[in-house]
Design a protein around this ligand. Structure first.
Ligand code: SF4
Ligand code: SF4
Length: 431
């Protein structure tokens, strides 16, 4: 079978075997959940509940504001304790809804509907109402992606099952455990955007998921594309290049080349929303690294990292670094009291000895960062201009096209702080 791939990239140690064989188990809902009103790209949702209000699972508690935003729903039944600022795994504090769980698990709505009875518009409306966002980590509101601007249209849907970030296996497990539901979700997305060509793309390091999908894809009108195992194979632009040979233009979006990319977990959420009228109140999360029992969980949004770490047996030895996501694109955390949000793909705990900051030395102009950059940028040159406060030249050299994949920094023998500076430059030049 042909193996698809893209230019550049690197091969970090995978560490996926730690949890790849661990089925997804349901984490117990905690007595209190703290649900941020910002869990997505775009503007925060506005609270529509008050202290003392009773809610059920799926009650809408935050309403989207503006075109790029997402609704937020209660993940438990219980009572609103307060609405206040609280820690967010993306950094800083955001307005959040504190809910005391009454433990009764009553749902706001529950139904079992014929998914074939819904039109494209119905599907997009359901996805919007359900607060579904991209579950691969970017958390872009899905209904916006399903609504191309006037004059543009999609020709291809790519379901992203590559999960190229080291350590994470929750998408792999979803594809093994829920392949039919994922493909049905993909069919609904394809109907919503009116495409004929549907591809599910999986890295070759997930043989069980490939086997499960291989059995089913034809029944649902999908092609199966096996990707070479290489990081960042699952990045949107790299995936599009690998499957279609099309290049998303600088500053452009996948719609510019007629491709819609959706994570497999997102497809499952779309299926559950359309069939069961279920909003996005939980997701699959990998808890791995220095914990006693690394695991995959289905967990309610708003559960604390700490509780999930305890569910995974607790810390193994002295923790050095706590990361939301994986080691390449994840975000280091100051506290394990932060809540799981819609974009939390994993929790990685590194041991103290793994998290010692590397000794930085001057650039030796080896060019390795240039060889691996999947966006074909010149990381070493861009960094030199940023270090001289010349942000406009950094912009001319394409810093805004950097996808922050971390390949350059991973291979740099001098351990130069490339990503940190590229993020800084993006803020300085207005992204
Ligand atoms: S990899 Fe590091 S040392 Fe080599 S050219 Fe790039 S920044 Fe310089
Ligand atoms: S410059 Fe950006 S896109 Fe290129 S390797 Fe570095 S982080 Fe990735």
């Amino acid at each position: 079978m042909k193996r698809f791939t893209f230019p550049g990239g690197t091969h970090p140690e995978e560490h996926k075997s730690i949890t790849a064989g661990k089925p997804i188990t349901e984490a117990k809902a905690s007595n209190k959940v703290i649900v941020p009103l910002t869990q997505h790209t775009g503007s925060p949702a506005k609270p529509i509940v008050e202290k003392g209000d009773r809610v059920k699972i799926g009650t809408k508690i935050g309403e989207l504001t503006g075109f790029i935003s997402a609704n937020i729903h209660s993940p438990v039944s219980g009572e609103i304790e307060k609405i206040d600022l609280y820690l967010h795994p993306g950094g800083g504090e955001v307005l959040s809804v504190f809910i005391a769980n009454d433990g009764t698990d009553k749902w706001e709505n529950s139904s079992d509907r014929d998914i074939n009875s819904f039109s494209a518009k119905d599907i997009i409306d359901i996805v919007k109402e359900a607060g579904i966002v991209g579950l691969g980590g970017a958390a872009f509101p899905t209904y916006v992606k399903l609504s191309p601007p006037r004059g543009k249209s999609y020709q291809t849907l790519i379901m992203n099952g590559s999960e190229c970030e080291p350590y994470l296996t929750c998408d792999d497990r979803l594809m093994i455990e829920k392949p039919e539901e994922i493909l049905l979700g993909g069919m609904l997305i394809a109907r919503a955007i009116g495409v004929e060509r549907c591809v599910i793309a999986i890295e070759e390091n997930k043989p069980d998921a490939i086997r499960e999908m291989e059995k089913l894809v034809r029944n649902y009108g999908f092609e199966l594309a096996v990707l070479k195992t290489k990081y960042p194979e699952g990045a949107e632009k790299q995936l599009i290049w690998a499957i279609t040979g099309r290049e998303v233009p600088s500053g452009g979006l996948p719609i510019d080349v007629g491709v819609c990319v959706q994570n497999v977990g997102t497809a499952l959420a779309v299926y559950e929303a359309v069939r069961f009228d279920k909003p996005l109140i939980e997701r699959a999360v990998t808890v791995t690294g220095a914990v006693k029992n690394p695991s995959n969980f289905k967990v309610r949004i708003g559960t604390s990292f700490k509780q999930l770490i305890d569910d995974a047996g607790g810390y193994l030895g002295e923790a050095g670094k706590l990361i939301a996501g994986g080691p390449m694109m994840g975000i280091a955390q100051y506290s394990d009291e932060v809540p799981i949000v819609k974009g939390t793909t994993g929790i990685l705990i590194q041991k103290k000895e793994e998290s010692i900051p590397p000794l930085q030395t001057p650039c030796i102009r080896c060019g390795r960062c240039v060889d691996v950059c999947p966006m074909r940028l010149l990381p070493t040159r861009i960094l030199a201009f940023i270090e001289n406060d010349d942000f406009s030249t950094a912009k001319e050299l394409g810093v805004l096209d950097c996808i922050e994949c971390g390949c350059c920094e991973y291979v740099c023998p001098a351990r130069r702080p490339l990503i940190h500076n590229f993020k800084l430059a993006k803020v300085r030049v207005g992204k």
